[in-house]
Design a protein around this ligand. Structure first.
Ligand SMILES: NC(=O)c1ccc[n+]([C@@H]2O[C@H](COP(=O)([O-])OP(=O)(O)OC[C@H]3O[C@@H](n4cnc5c(N)ncnc54)[C@H](O)[C@@H]3O)[C@@H](O)[C@H]2O)c1
Ligand SMILES: [Zn+2]
Length: 320
C-alpha cells in the first residue's frame, strides 16, 4: 500500500486478513514509481521470508498496481498477486490488462512486464475518500470505454450525477464493472497490442500532448482530464476523417465540456502541442497515429492525420 491507502483504505479491510499478513508501505505518488522503491519492496519480501507460494496484495491506485504487479512478477521469477484498486482510474484501467512497470529516468513505464493478477477485487466504497479530481480522472477512461464500444453505455454515463456531495458510490459499481468488461474483452483479443488493443488509445494521442504540455506548470492536469480534452479534439478529427455523425459529435463534446470544462489553451499553444505529438513513441515513422470513431461505439485504429488536420481539429474544438 502507499501512505494514503494505509490510512484510508486498509482500515476498511484489515479484518479480512487476520494475523497472517506482513505489510509494507511506500511513499504515495508517481514520483515513487521507480526502481529504488521496487528494490525496497524486494528487500522487504526477502526479509520476511516470502517464497514462491507467497501472495502479494496491492492496495492502492494505479501506481501501486503497476509497481506491485511488477514486483510480484519478478520476485523468485514470479509470485501470485492480487490487486485491490482504490482509485477509479485503477479500478477501470490500471488493474485490468496485465501491464505492470515503473518509470525509468525520464521515461514513463519504461521497465515492466505483461503479468496478470490472479484476482482483482473492486469495491467502489474505497472511492469515498478519493478527491474529486482523481475521480474525474478515472471517469474519463470510463467515457472512453463507452465512446469506443458502447453507445448505450455513453448515454447511461451521461445520466450520472457526478456532484461530489450526491455521488452514489454503490450505484457506480455496475458501471465500473461494465468498463472493466469492455477493457478486458479488448485486451483478451489482443494481449500484446498488435492491433485492436490500440482502440484503447482513443483520446490519448492528443491527451498525452496536453498532459506533457502542462506538466510542471501551475496548470498541471491529471491524466484523465488530459484524455478528456484529447477525446474532444479527436472527436472533431473523427467527424472530419472517419464519418462520425455531427449529432453524435455534438452530444459527446457537449458532455465532455460540461464535466471537464475546456482546456486552457489558445491558438498560440497549437504548434507546441503538435510538436509534442510528433514525439509520441506510439507513432511509427513520424506519422501521427490515432484511433478514431466512425460512430459512438465504432472505433477504427491505425488512422493518421497531418499536422494541418490536427491544427484544424484544435481550432474547431476551441471555437465549439
Ligand atoms: N497498467 C495500466 O494499464 C495502467 C493504466 C492506466 C494508468 N496506469 C498507471 O496508473 C498510475 C495513475 O493511477 P492513479 O491515478 O490511481 O495514481 P495513484 O496510484 O498515484 O493514486 C492517486 C492518489 O490517490 C491516493 N489514493 C489512492 N486511493 C485512495 C483512496 N481510496 N482514498 C484517498 N486517496 C487515495 C494515492 O495515494 C495517490 O496519492 C500511473 O502511474 C499510470 O501509469 C496504468
Ligand atoms: Zn489513459
Amino acid at each position: 500500500m502507499d501512505q494514503n491507502t494505509q490510512k484510508k483504505c486498509l482500515p476498511k479491510i484489515k479484518d479480512a486478513f487476520g494475523q497472517s499478513i506482513c505489510s509494507y508501505t511506500v511513499q504515495s505518488g508517481e514520483q515513487a514509481k521507480t526502481l529504488p522503491t521496487l528494490e525496497k519492496v524486494w528487500e522487504f519480501l526477502n526479509r520476511e521470508g516470502a517464497d514462491r507460494k507467497s501472495l502479494l496484495v496491492n492496495l492502492g491506485g494505479g501506481v501501486l498496481c503497476d509497481m506491485g504487479g511488477f514486483a510480484a512478477s519478478c520476485f523468485k521469477r514470479g509470485i501470485d498477486f492480487i490487486h485491490i484498486p482504490t482509485t477509479l482510474l485503477a479500478q477501470v484501467d490500471a488493474s485490468v490488462g496485465g501491464k505492470t512497470g515503473v518509470n525509468f529516468k525520464i521515461f514513463k513505464n519504461e521497465i515492466g512486464t505483461f503479468s496478470f493478477p490472479i484476482k482483482v477485487i473492486i469495491d467502489t466504497h474505497f472511492l469515498e475518500t478519493l478527491d474529486h479530481e482523481h475521480l474525474l480522472s478515472g471517469f474519463a477512461e470510463m467515457l472512453k470505454h463507452a465512446l469506443i464500444s458502447d453507445q448505450e453505455y455513453f448515454y447511461r454515463l451521461r445520466e450520472m450525477n457526478l456532484n461530489p456531495a450526491q455521488l452514489d458510490f454503490a450505484g457506480l459499481l455496475p458501471l465500473v464493472e461494465h468498463s472493466v468488461r469492455i477493457k478486458e474483452k479488448v485486451v483478451l483479443s489482443d494481449p500484446l497490442e498488435t492491433g485492436l488493443r490500440k482502440i484503447l488509445n482513443f483520446g490519448h494521442t492528443i491527451g498525452h500532448a496536453f498532459e506533457s504540455y502542462f506538466m510542471g506548470t501551475t496548470d498541471e492536469i491529471s491524466h484523465g482530464r488530459a484524455v478528456a480534452y484529447g477525446m474532444a479534439v479527436e472527436l472533431f478529427l473523427s467527424e472530419k476523417k472517419s464519418g462520425l455523425p455531427v449529432d453524435k459529435l455534438k452530444d459527446a463534446v457537449d458532455y465532455i465540456n460540461k464535466v471537464y470544462g475546456k482546456a486552457r489553451i489558445t491558438t498560440k499553444d497549437f504548434e507546441p502541442l503538435i510538436n509534442l505529438m510528433t514525439h509520441d513513441k506510439k507513432n511509427e515513422s513520424a506519422k501521427i497515429n490515432f484511433s478514431l470513431l466512425n460512430d459512438i461505439g465504432l472505433p477504427v485504429f491505425d488512422q493518421t492525420a497531418t499536422t494541418e488536420e490536427i491544427f484544424d481539429g484544435l481550432g474547431l474544438y476551441l471555437r465549439f
